[in-house]
Design a protein around this ligand. Structure first.
Ligand SMILES: Nc1ncnc2c1ncn2[C@@H]1O[C@H](COP(=O)(O)OP(=O)(O)OP(=O)(O)O)[C@@H](O)[C@H]1O
Ligand SMILES: [Mg+2]
Length: 211
């Protein structure tokens, strides 16, 4: 399986989602590789901080579209699940990630600028879809604070954009940042609610991918 994580907007939670899903699958015994395509190298930094006694998550950087295209097969052949962490853009690299992925996830924050940017993302995505009809893509609502109005309405808004919205949501918990800083995923931290977010997310993805 190749899972791509993409969005037009920076800070939507691509790297957080990639890392936490990677940890979840590594914990289950899958051989997981994260491919960090972003020059900011969040996953590479995280990997450097990861304690050696934790389940292994291989992490490599492939920052150009050409490098990604050339190396994905060899990388994927060496693991069970490859997770590609995208860059905040809808450009050739993002289109390539979508084309290569068995399933792609678009994290979206429940905030007006993110929703507007998502609309633009989808307009561009339609062009990619014309090349690969059987693409499986889903929105993932991230940093949810259930008390906020848009958190309640966001599914409705996103549903109009033509990609299904995952039922699982990631809530706004400091655990996501704290675990990142220690080279861990929230599954390896102490916040039970954050753990449950990631469990629900991977359960839903497993069902979609028949894992
Ligand atoms: N659910 C969450 N709760 C709390 N903090 C979060 C959550 N998701 C992400 N963050 C924090 O928000 C910041 C941005 O997240 P992240 O780096 O995953 O976004 P990104 O989409 O990869 O950004 P970029 O486009 O710049 O690569 C990070 O500091 C991360 O720890
Ligand atoms: Mg990132």
């Amino acid at each position: 399986m190749i899972i791509g994580i993409v969005s037009l907007k920076g800070g939507a939670g691509k790297s957080t989602t990639a890392i936490n899903m990677a940890v979840a699958y590594a914990t289950k015994g899958y051989k997981v590789t994260i491919i960090d395509t972003d020059a900011n190298g969040t996953c590479i930094h995280w990997s450097g901080l990861r304690p050696e006694n934790m389940p292994n998550v291989m992490c490599v950087a492939l920052q150009t579209t050409e490098a990604l295209r050339k190396n994905i097969k060899a990388l994927y052949d060496g693991c069970d699940i490859a997770i590609i962490d995208g860059t905040p853009a809808i450009d050739e690299k993002t289109s390539t990630i979508i084309m290569l992925s068995t399933l792609f996830i678009v994290p979206v924050l429940p905030s007006p600028p993110d929703v507007w940017a998502t609309k633009i993302f989808i307009e561009k995505y339609e062009q990619v879809k014309a090349l690969k009809e059987d693409i499986k893509g889903y929105f993932l609502v991230n940093r949810v604070d259930e008390r906020k109005m848009l958190a309640k309405q966001i599914d409705e808004v996103l549903n109009d954009f033509g990609l299904p919205v995952l039922k699982a949501r990631l809530h706004d918990y400091t655990a996501y940042e704290n675990t990142l800083l220690n080279g861990l995923g929230v599954l390896e931290g102490s916040n039970l609610k954050a753990k449950n977010d990631v469990i629900q997310l991977t359960k839903e993805i497993n069902k979609i991918l028949s894992l």
